[in-house]
Ligand binder design. Structure first.
Ligand SMILES: CC(C)(COP(=O)(O)OP(=O)(O)OC[C@H]1O[C@@H](n2cnc3c(N)ncnc32)[C@H](O)[C@@H]1OP(=O)(O)O)[C@@H](O)C(=O)NCCC(=O)NCCS
Length: 160
């Protein structure tokens, strides 16, 4: 069963070894650079099954400071990936389902979850759509590897 957890220093050795396929590297960048983004406001998470770390993502609580389409109550999902050895097993879908519950409990002040996904990354876009994200039909041009779709999901529609 897939679970999510906050990444701590004890996970660094396993996390640094996570990899995506060479053709996917342009979509998330190098692990060392991803970890450099994390801080108290841009929080690293692990996706694990049993004791094995199979994926990673960042939750950006100040996403609106670097993405002008977002507002104060918008959370950002960034650098989401599943290790190449564990892709295609449904882990991303399961992780995104777990994330919904986690956000409800741990991030109640946020009303929407945003992400951007490279226009060439059709696999990830399909995965996000299956997980309930909607394409806003607008593009973000600030990514390092070309235009990205901006996708969003309401966390709790009744919140003001
Ligand atoms: C995108 C990614 C997270 C999907 O992870 P995954 O665990 O392999 O995905 P799942 O097995 O849960 O599959 C979920 C959906 O993704 C899509 N998908 C996954 N692998 C696919 C493939 N090889 N071809 C086509 N679609 C695929 C399908 O829509 C699938 O749903 P389905 O099983 O109902 O058909 C993974 O490919 C990845 O880490 N890619 C590299 C990093 C990346 O691009 N991250 C996104 C940054 S925005």
């Amino acid at each position: 069963m897939i679970q999510l957890g906050k990444m701590t220093t004890k996970h660094v050795a396993q996390v640094i070894d996570l990899k995506v396929l060479p053709a996917q590297q342009k979509f998330v960048g190098a692990m060392i650079d991803i970890l450099a983004l994390s801080n108290a406001q841009v929080r690293p998470y692990i996706v694990y099954e049993q004791e094995v770390i199979v994926g990673f993502f960042l939750l950006d609580t100040v996403f609106n400071q670097t993405h002008d389409f977002a507002e104060n109550k918008d959370l950002g999902l960034r650098k989401f990936f599943i290790d190449q050895a564990h892709q295609g097993k449904g882990f991303a879908s399961q992780a995104l389902r777990c994330l919904d519950e986690h956000l409800e409990e741990e991030y109640p002040r946020f009303k929407r979850l945003f992400l951007t996904v490279n226009c060439l990354n059709t696999v990830a876009k399909a995965c996000y759509e299956k997980a309930g994200f909607e394409d806003t039909q607008t593009l973000y041009e600030g990514g390092p590897s070309g235009p990205q779709h901006i996708m969003v999901k309401a966390l709790c529609p009744e919140k003001g």
